[in-house]
Design a protein around this ligand. Structure first.
Ligand code: AMP
Ligand code: GLY
Length: 424
């Protein structure tokens, strides 16, 4: 079998590493990939948004299965382009990826199908948004750009002034581009956040083990929002009771709602949940694996990735018994100092070989490149260092020990990934 993976981050490296374990897989390509993914896959210099080139490549190389890791190509319709060419591809079509691509759509869907989420209103017009804020809003309040904004299109505003400024930033200054044509104004919720990822075949949904991300750049959840500075899995706050509630009231209802709307969803649904005093509520949906959630969830997955993806495409997920190891994993992101604002790159990375042959320790590449035969830093989030352990505490200890094996100039990380588990 030949497999193509679309994307270039730590998530795609984790997917490629897992796919490589299938004995039938003889060749993996990754477009565009990165320096480290080159260890398990052949990187192909085609951008993730170059759909026609990607499809032509898949045809020419007789790719048996394409797995789309990233949100932009999914929302842009790469799956439709591949299907039209008769290619097998794992991921939602454009009309289903809208679950992530439009927050206004997802909020309306949840309202229509009684799926628990924060109260909200959608606005196409900035004056109306401001009038609503003046007359009806309670603070803090949350403003969300409707479209994809690299995880940065959410503003939490404590005062009317801040919120008015926020409307201007999103809708008039267009800081997030056309993603801000529509604005969602949403009730502020408090509670623990949990990420639950799932495989979906259009009808059946099978959830994976839970995880939690740390989105802020600095220790103690301070600093700017990032793509994610580290994760742990499972979340000790995600109890059996909460899972039962979500299976019944959130997960299956979402899949059924999409089917009822004529938007059959096949692929990954990532449920961003807030565990509020009034029960679990949906913060957001994503239509793909999380990054760096994938880096803790995939190493704990017992099933074969290719088999599960095929079952989603074929609509036979009900026949799969999805299983995860009864242990824990922690991923600490090694970033370039200055991320997410500005940072230098091109520094050689030392110590990667320390991971070779060490079971339960992984280094997933995100922002790396191969230069003169050496791996160098090439982005804000450089590497994800994952370690497993019997317990979360042990996994955290192992992961932080492994971060010491890696050296590069301007290496930066948070020191409190998974610290919340002490409170559990
Ligand atoms: P999202 O992209 O919708 O997940 O939002 C990014 C982050 O903003 C979430 O992970 C939360 O930390 C925060 N957030 C989003 N919506 C709300 C809300 N309604 N109440 C409180 N925090 C929120
Ligand atoms: N880690 C959050 C995301 O992938 O959206």
């Amino acid at each position: 079998m030949k497999v193509l993976i679309i994307g270039s981050g730590g998530r795609e490296h984790a997917i490629a590493w897992k796919v490589a374990q299938n004995p039938q897989v003889e060749k993996i390509y990754c477009a565009p990939g990165n320096g480290g993914i080159g260890q398990v896959a052949e990187c192909v210099p085609i951008g993730a948004m170059e759909f026609d080139k990607l499809a032509a490549f898949a045809k020419e190389r007789e790719i048996d299965l394409t797995i789309v890791g990233m949100d932009d190509p999914l929302v842009g319709g790469v799956v439709d382009v591949f299907e039209k060419e008769g290619l097998r591809v794992f991921g939602p079509r454009k009309n289903a990826a809208i679950l992530e691509g439009s927050k206004a759509f997802s909020k309306d869907l949840m309202k229509k199908y009684n799926i628990p989420t924060a109260a909200y209103e959608n606005f196409d017009n900035p004056e109306e948004a401001i009038a609503y804020l003046k007359e009806k809003a309670e603070f803090p309040i949350v403003l969300k750009a409707d479209g994809l904004a690299l995880g940065k299109g959410v503003l939490i505003c404590n005062t009317l002034e801040e919120a008015e400024e926020g409307v201007k930033t999103i809708m008039l200054d267009k800081k997030f581009g056309s993603a801000g044509n529509t604005l969602v104004i949403e009730e502020f919720m408090t509670g623990r956040e949990v990420s639950v990822l799932s495989f979906v075949d259009g009808k059946t949904i099978k959830t994976m083990t839970s995880a939690q991300d740390h989105k802020r750049a600095k220790d103690g959840d301070q600093g700017l929002n990032t793509g994610g500075m580290g994760t742990f899995s499972p979340s000790p706050f995600y109890t059996k009771e909460i899972d039962e509630f979500c299976q019944k009231n959130i997960y299956q209802p979402t899949v059924d709602a999409m089917a009822a709307e004529g938007r059959e969803f096949k692929g990954i649904i990532f449920f961003g949940l807030m565990l509020t005093e009034k029960g679990p509520k949906v913060l957001e949906y994503n239509a793909r694996f999380g990054d760096p959630e994938a880096q803790v969830v995939i190493p704990r997955m017992k099933n074969d990735m290719v088999e599960v993806c095929q079952a989603c495409i074929d609509g036979t997920l009900d026949q799969i018994n999805l299983e995860f190891e009864d242990n824990a994993a922690v991923c600490v992101v090694l970033a370039s100092d200055g991320y997410p604002v500005s940072y230098e790159k091109g520094f050689p990375i030392e110590g990667l070989e320390s991971f070779e042959g060490k079971e339960g320790y992984y280094v997933f590449h995100a922002g790396t490149a191969l230069k003169d035969g050496k791996i160098v830093t090439n982005g804000g989030r450089v590497l994800g260092v994952t370690a497993k352990g019997a317990t979360l505490k042990e996994a955290r200890k192992n992961a932080y020990a492994a971060t010491e094996w890696i050296r590069f100039e301007n290496k930066y990380m948070r020191h409190d990934i998974g610290k919340a588990i002490d409170e559990a």
